[in-house]
Write a protein that binds this ligand. Structure first.
Ligand SMILES: Nc1ncnc2c1ncn2[C@@H]1O[C@H](COP(=O)(O)OP(=O)(O)OP(=O)(O)O)[C@@H](O)[C@H]1O
Length: 420
């Protein structure tokens, strides 16, 4: 049995947001309920504060669940005590002896919520410190300026809350309060991270993936489903919708008709044209990508400018100024890294010509696209053939069960193109 009774949950930023506060709070509560439904805990609302009653649930399980709720600023496991000073002192000593294992710089901070007490918070701190320190002076040295451990004591009318330092949550806003965005999800490291950051900021995310089976392997498409499964723990209702666009036909058209230096640019312009249609169909208000400036040649500002010109929908790039190492760190944190580094090629990496233009422009892109035969028609066709999957942390979707096949033609085609 743990010595803690409850968890105090703080929803950082969102308490500041005036009118939206009610919507945010309701969403935050819904997320909390959903993310802890597999645990034996109860949600308790008191005034503007939220608590989880721990019962006999393991603290690690609660911590893991809370670390997946977007919008939580911080949380503290606390011990509930009778409010009298004697009881507080006794419980505080118990708590510190259990949690502080090596000598630490220490401080006590008191909050007096029960205004009927005659002492000020400062005076209460002094009264408590005296008795507490007498018992634990072997373990701590008081250092109010630079403590390693702070004991927080909140004295309410009927109880006192005792806790040591709080744990940092994801921060941001509850997913879903900021509208819906369509994430261009590749199998790489960056786009899952971009999607996670968007969700963390409150955006409800749906994914779109351009898959070129049988020209690319079924594994590269399966990778996206597996990534989505990892991302879905942060999603609204823990469900992530993924739109799989059969890009093969358009991909072939591009390779056959576009000059090598413009293949990447035109392919991305096609991505955005398709994504805009899928976004409209699904009421998404923005496109989200994993691009950042200058990582690869195709991610220059000239390139982004030329690509984005095909759409009027806002394009969000959460990683625009991130360094690769920071992106990798987040991808490890959300557990997508190991899947992302599996070496299966998708349409953006397979048969990409060397010598892609780093300074493409709209005029030349349009001239190139004139050589393609009625791409608008192909776009409508592939949008209507798009398959949508609802991914949750529990789903186990294998694409081969949904008509995604590796045909015998694949290897032959592979050889053929490789030889060219
Ligand atoms: N096959 C695809 N389906 C959907 N979106 C894609 C696909 N390929 C690329 N994208 C989108 O274009 C962005 C830039 O692609 P690029 O291949 O340059 O990416 P990257 O820097 O390797 O990023 P990532 O690691 O996400 O693949 C990706 O972050 C993603 O948002």
């Amino acid at each position: 049995m743990s010595m803690y009774d409850k968890v105090l949950i703080r929803f950082g930023d969102l308490m500041l947001k005036g009118k939206n506060q009610k919507i945010f709070r309701e969403r935050a509560i819904a997320l909390l309920k959903q993310n802890t439904k597999h645990l034996n805990v109860n949600l308790e609302k008191r005034h503007d504060r939220l608590f989880l009653v721990i019962n006999d649930t393991k603290l690690e399980d609660i911590e893991q669940a809370l670390m997946r709720v977007t919008g939580i600023g911080s949380f503290s496991f606390f011990m509930s005590s009778l409010p009298g000073y004697e009881a507080v002192v006794e419980n505080a000593i118990k708590l510190i002896r259990a949690e502080v294992l090596t000598h630490k710089r220490f401080k006590i901070e008191t909050k007096r919520v029960d205004k009927s007490l005659k002492e000020t918070s400062q005076e209460i701190t002094q009264i408590l410190s005296k008795s507490i320190l007498k018992e634990i002076h072997d373990l701590v040295t008081v250092d109010v300026k630079n403590p390693e451990v702070t004991l927080h004591v909140e004295i309410h009318e009927n109880e006192a809350l005792l806790y040591l330092d709080s744990k940092k949550g994801l921060g941001g806003f509850p997913v879903g309060v900021a509208g819906r965005g369509l994430l261009l999800l590749s199998g790489g490291i960056d786009s899952p991270v971009a999607g996670f950051l968007a969700m963390k900021q409150g955006v409800e995310v749906e994914g779109i993936h351009f898959e070129s089976t049988p020209m690319t392997s079924i594994e590269s498409a399966q990778k996206v489903i597996d990534l989505a499964k990892k991302m879905s723990v942060y999603a609204y209702r823990q469900e992530l919708r993924i739109h799989m666009v059969p890009f093969f036909k358009l991909h072939q058209e591009i390779i056959a008709r576009i000059s090598p230096s413009y293949v990447i640019t035109v392919m991305r312009r096609m991505f955005f044209r398709v994504a805009e249609k899928v976004a409209q169909k699904n009421h998404a208000l923005a496109i989200i990508t994993g691009e950042s400036v200058g990582q690869v040649a195709s991610q220059t500002l000239d390139s982004m400018h030329t690509i984005e010109a095909v759409t009027t929908i806002p394009v969000l790039r959460p990683l625009i100024t991130y360094d690769k190492q920071d992106i990798i760190k987040i991808s490890k944190q959300i557990d997508t890294y190991d899947i992302s580094i599996q070496p299966f090629e998708d349409c953006c990496t397979i048969y990409t010509p060397t010598g892609s233009s780093t300074k493409p422009n709209i005029k030349k892109a349009l001239i190139n696209e004139k050589f393609m035969v009625d791409y608008d028609k192909i776009i409508d066709e592939i949008v209507s053939q798009t398959k949508t999957f609802v991914i949750t942390p529990e789903t186990n979707i294998r694409l081969e069960e949904f008509g995604f096949t590796v045909t015998e033609a694949w290897e032959a085609m592979h050889d053929h193109i490789e030889r060219q």
